[in-house]
Design a protein around this ligand. Structure first.
Ligand SMILES: [Zn+2]
Ligand SMILES: [Zn+2]
Length: 204
């Protein structure tokens, strides 16, 4: 099995994520491509916001390479189920939405069938080896292909998310847990957290 050449910054991404996989390779290339498009010379010092449209492996590359993290409030999960990643620069308002084309590094029908066998626990040793080789082929393709062959570069249709705000918390009057103000609901005059309030929805 041919090994995969890994640059230092990719090693850091793999160490954070826990393994190398095609999804991580997509995120790694997407984060680097976004940084290049936005003219970022340093990785962490710019004020960046990443809006990711999936919660899969590739998102971790944005955390490591661009310093966009859930805890800092500059990683926003927009659950659209797409391999699309937007990065905004707060200092000059520039943004780029990097969308995986699904061509370079894509899986084959045979590869998909193998994965189902491996994850279903029914693969033979030979099929397991074929699965690994196929996965590594995809990773190598994703690391080698020119960025324009892997991604479309677009402008997001959404605006830059507002900065993280800090809110007061109040104790839920049912469970007692401190809850931030915008997440409390008023129910018969009592302040309740979302776990304790029964949702009320009508229409759309
Ligand atoms: Zn992964
Ligand atoms: Zn509660």
């Amino acid at each position: 099995m041919k090994s995969i050449e890994m640059p230092e910054d990719l090693k850091a991404v793999v160490a954070f994520h826990g393994h190398m996989c095609p999804g991580l390779a997509i995120g790694y290339r997407a984060a680097k491509a976004a940084a290049a498009e936005l003219g970022l010379t340093r990785d962490k010092d710019e004020e960046l916001v990443a809006v990711v449209e999936n919660d899969a492996c590739g998102v971790d590359a944005f955390q490591v390479l661009l310093g966009c993290s859930l805890g800092k409030g500059n990683l926003i999960f927009r659950d659209q189920g797409k391999h699309a990643f937007t990065v905004f620069r707060r200092d000059n308002g520039k943004a780029v939405r990097v969308v995986y084309k699904g061509t370079a590094g894509s899986d084959t029908p045979e590869g998909t069938a193998l994965r189902q066998k491996v994850f279903g626990g029914t693969a033979t040793a030979e099929e397991q080896a074929m699965f690994e080789e196929n996965k590594n082929r995809r990773i190598r393709e994703l690391l080698a292909a020119p960025a324009e062959d892997i991604f479309s570069f677009k402008q997001p249709a959404f605006t830059i998310p507002e900065r993280a705000r800090i809110f007061e918390s109040y104790a839920c009057e049912a469970c007692g847990e401190a809850t931030m103000e915008p997440r409390l609901r008023l129910v018969s005059g009592r302040k309740l957290c979302l776990d304790c309030a029964r949702p009320y929805h009508r229409g759309w």
